[in-house]
Design a protein around this ligand. Structure first.
Ligand SMILES: Nc1ncnc2c1ncn2[C@@H]1O[C@H](COP(=O)(O)OP(=O)(O)O)[C@@H](O)[C@H]1O
Ligand SMILES: Cc1ncc(COP(=O)(O)OP(=O)(O)O)c(N)n1
Length: 279
């Protein structure tokens, strides 16, 4: 039976992040993808040129339409933009009794554009964190959620514990912003133990949408019945392949390569370029 995943997130017209990244990732991991749009962004690899939020009513209606007919085996949230949208999303998740919920607490795009109003952070903490199975903050987002500054591994572990105390059952503190490190290390805290997911850091500017893709891959795996640990492990492999095989699209921070993981798995070759060139 086909497994289904829903993304509740913003649209990235450039196709590298937001619902576009999520749906590509769901498809590549063999899961039927659905979307409830929270905002339309005019965006490309150079930055965000405009943000046009949906009404809270429109967001609620989309989620209800999916829930009352199709259903979802797992759900992720990305850009939620304002407190009104956050409140209706939380309401709908409760009403529909969805439990496999992954929150990517999207706040600021790489170019600096705000994708979450500052006054909505407390709504995110109050309404969304207690509902989620996994939250996947990057370092700046974890700093906002905890109010602490994070640079050392001890600080990362401390921050993960504090976010867990806010109600998130599992916290994956991502290491992509640790630019000096040789390894990109994501720290998972499940309320008791820490697990470290480490991969060589790739020196590239084409990392647009890494967080969306990573959290969508976890969601797809959860939809198929994976445990939290298994889901994060596959997501880490997925994003590593996607970053390691850039597509060179646009003039700025280009998207990652959503085909790379599956091509690598299916062809057995180590790089996506190798598999394409051999065809
Ligand atoms: N240059 C890189 N090399 C390898 N992995 C990376 C790189 N940049 C990000 N990642 C991985 O991509 C995922 C998203 O991380 P991050 O960039 O911190 O999130 P966000 O896009 O939300 O800022 C994590 O698994 C992280 O380890
Ligand atoms: C519509 C939309 N949603 C989310 C993001 C942020 O995506 P992320 O994966 O964190 O990647 P960067 O923006 O940091 O490259 C976005 N840009 N747009």
């Amino acid at each position: 039976m086909m497994k289904k995943a829903l993304t509740i997130a913003g649209s990235d017209s450039g196709g590298g992040a937001g619902i576009q990244a999520d749906l590509k990732t769901f498809q590549e991991l063999g899961v039927y993808g659905m979307s409830a749009l929270t905002a339309v962004t005019a965006q490309n690899t150079l930055g965000v040129q405009g943000v046009f939020p949906m009404t809270a009513e429109a967001v609620a209606r989309q989620i209800q339409s999916v829930g009352e007919d199709i259903g979802a085996d797992a759900v992720k949230t990305g850009m939620l933009f304002n407190a009104e949208i956050i409140e209706v999303v939380a309401e709908k998740i409760k009403e529909l009794s969805w439990e496999k919920v992954v929150i990517d607490p999207v706040m600021i795009a790489k170019g600096g554009a705000s994708l979450l109003q500052q006054q909505a952070v407390s709504a995110l903490k109050k309404h969304m964190l207690p509902l989620c199975l996994i939250i996947t903050p990057n370092i700046p987002e974890a700093e906002v959620l905890t109010g602490m500054s994070i640079s050392t591994m001890d600080e990362k572990k401390d921050a993960a514990k504090r976010i867990h105390e806010l109600g998130a059952k599992n916290v994956v503190l991502k290491g992509g912003h640790d630019e000096e490190a040789a390894q990109s290390v994501d720290v998972l805290f499940d309320g008791r133990d820490f697990t470290f997911f480490s991969s060589p850091r790739i020196n590239t500017k084409h990392t647009h949408g890494t967080g969306c893709t990573f959290s969508a891959a976890i969601t797809a795996q959860l939809a198929k019945g994976a445990s939290v640990q298994e889901g994060v492990s596959v997501a880490k492999e997925f994003i590593q392949a996607a970053v390691a095989n850039p597509l060179d699209i646009g003039n700025g921070h280009g998207p990652t390569n959503h085909w790379a993981y599956k091509m690598k798995k299916e062809s057995g070759v180590s790089s996506w370029r190798e598999s394409v060139l051999n065809k």
